[in-house]
Design a protein around this ligand. Structure first.
Ligand SMILES: [Zn+2]
Length: 168
């Protein structure tokens, strides 16, 4: 690791600390040349494989940009979108996947987006799952209604739940 101040090629770790959620390690480093200190943050890399085959680092910003259009005119704030992107990243990291494609990210977005705003969810799902008929919308809305019924009843394992799962 180069020293960011004098570009010396080496540095010494003086302190290591794991973040509260265990997802990253902060290291305090000192340059033996200029003696200045700096911090590095280490996280497991999460790569996204694009359709072209090129991989790029996972980006919450891209998740936000991906759903922003679907949320136009809806009561969804920038904070809501940031939180959604954070949940998407946490879900992916919790699954232990180090590399995934855009389709899988879309799949991970659907759940939290549905909780956030059902209209935005339908818009996003219609593009992402390539709805091409009224029947596709009807089916998706039927699932939403069934989920709502399940959520309002005391039985969490109702038939609507299973239907939704197979739908995704
Ligand atoms: Zn230095």
């Amino acid at each position: 690791m180069h020293c960011p101040f004098c570009r010396h090629a080496d540095s010494r770790v003086v302190d290591s600390r794991t973040s509260d959620d265990g997802a990253s390690i902060r290291r305090r480093r000192q340059c033996p040349e200029c003696n200045r200190r700096f911090t590095t943050v280490e996280t497991a890399s999460l790569s996204v494989v694009k359709r072209s085959g090129v991989t790029e680092p996972f980006s919450r910003e891209k998740v936000v940009n991906g759903v922003r259009k679907a949320c136009q005119g809806r009561p969804v704030s920038d904070d809501d979108l940031a939180l959604l992107a954070q949940r998407v990243e946490e879900t992916i990291r919790a699954s232990g996947t180090a590399e995934l494609d855009a389709y899988e990210i879309g799949l991970t977005i659907l759940g939290p987006l549905r909780e956030l705003d059902e209209v935005a969810y339908l818009r996003f799902a219609s593009v992402y799952q390539a709805f091409n008929s009224l029947e596709d919308f009807e089916a998706a809305i039927t699932v939403l209604r069934a989920e709502r019924d399940v959520a309002s009843s005391s039985d969490p394992a109702g038939p609507g739940d299973d239907e939704a799962r197979s739908e995704q």
